[in-house]
Write a protein that binds this ligand. Sequence first.
Ligand SMILES: NC(=O)c1ccc[n+]([C@@H]2O[C@H](COP(=O)([O-])OP(=O)(O)OC[C@H]3O[C@@H](n4cnc5c(N)ncnc54)[C@H](O)[C@@H]3O)[C@@H](O)[C@H]2O)c1
Ligand SMILES: [Zn+2]
Length: 362
Amino acid sequence: MLQVNVELQERRYPITIGAGLLSQVESYQPLKAGDRVMIVSNPTVAEHYLATVRQTLETLGCVVDEVLIPDGEAYKTLDSLNLIFSALLAKNHNRDSTLIALGGGVIGDVAGFAAAAYQRGIPFIQIPTTLLAQVDSSVGGKTAVNHALGKNMIGAFYQPISVIVDTNTLHTLAKREVSAGLAEVIKYGAIFDLPFFEWLEEHIDALIRLEQDALEYCIQRCCQLKADVVARDETEKGDRALLNLGHTFGHAIEAHLGYGRWLHGEAVAVGMLEAAALSEILGDLDAKDVARLEKLIARANLPTISPDGMLPEAYLPYMWRDKKVLGGKLRLILLKELGKAYVYSQGKEEQVLEAIARFTQQ
Ligand SMILES: NC(=O)c1ccc[n+]([C@@H]2O[C@H](COP(=O)([O-])OP(=O)(O)OC[C@H]3O[C@@H](n4cnc5c(N)ncnc54)[C@H](O)[C@@H]3O)[C@@H](O)[C@H]2O)c1
Ligand SMILES: [Zn+2]
């Protein structure tokens, strides 16, 4: 078992990482006998893990309620939020109750926002069950639901009191989802940490096989890197933006295809390559580093080329709509070298198109 502490100005909270944590009462600290909890999950995750979480909390002496929202990004909505509020109110939960998010990033984001808003804020515990949620969305306190006019448009910064990462949950996760999570893992190495990138080059096969030691170390390292950047910049006014490496390109792919065709991590994988290519065009990254990134992404069973039929020009309208656009120039996260990202605010269309073209089918 490993632990990472997220240190924020007002308080700190632990992320505990290990195999089998869901069935150990100690994992759920600071919950104690007599506490009331509401578990938020979806039918897919509930089928595998809800009974274990419920039983363990009951052994601890907690009083447990549950509410399920339908599975999928399409249900990351105000309606789902309302389902959670209705369940809390129907069972007379008050400000002493704790909300538990049991699921992937969708459940974490919706339940986190519900916890932020219910009676102006109740304690919240994250139990992320996808690799993406374990290394990324459960850390850092961003919560949100989607609006018909935009993704993640309604939300809040709201930190959990604890994050419990049981690596055993990954054994029921689809392989494609594991790979999508690995895209974010590779991202951390590329942005912040060349030694971790090198470690990934050695251990990517072990990670795909879900070998325990490799998984634990990997998740801990990613959580630490994210916790550090969140501690420096909780509300994304500076450094935290670096976590968006590959995301402006990736969002264009997701939006062009229609959300859900490619997984987010798959789009980010190609987006990182395009960002790396632009970094090379600008004279920062060596061609061999771009090739190294490409090889690692391919070994993680992620795509390394733009979707069929998507031409470089098709990226532009989405990229201009990005929240990071400033003063008529594209603002992008690029690499000075592997392990060192920076914000580039002079993005010009011709260079961006040239970079994308390197990873487009001819
Ligand atoms: N808050 C943040 O900082 C942040 C960061 C990144 C992403 N996100 C959000 O996270 C969401 C994506 O999260 P995700 O990739 O985890 O997707 P997801 O929550 O939709 O989970 C993917 C699929 O796996 C299933 N699943 C989850 N755990 C499982 C398990 N252990 N076994 C079997 N099936 C399981 C889910 O039910 C779902 O069908 C997006 O909405 C994105 O906006 C938020
Ligand atoms: Zn992402």
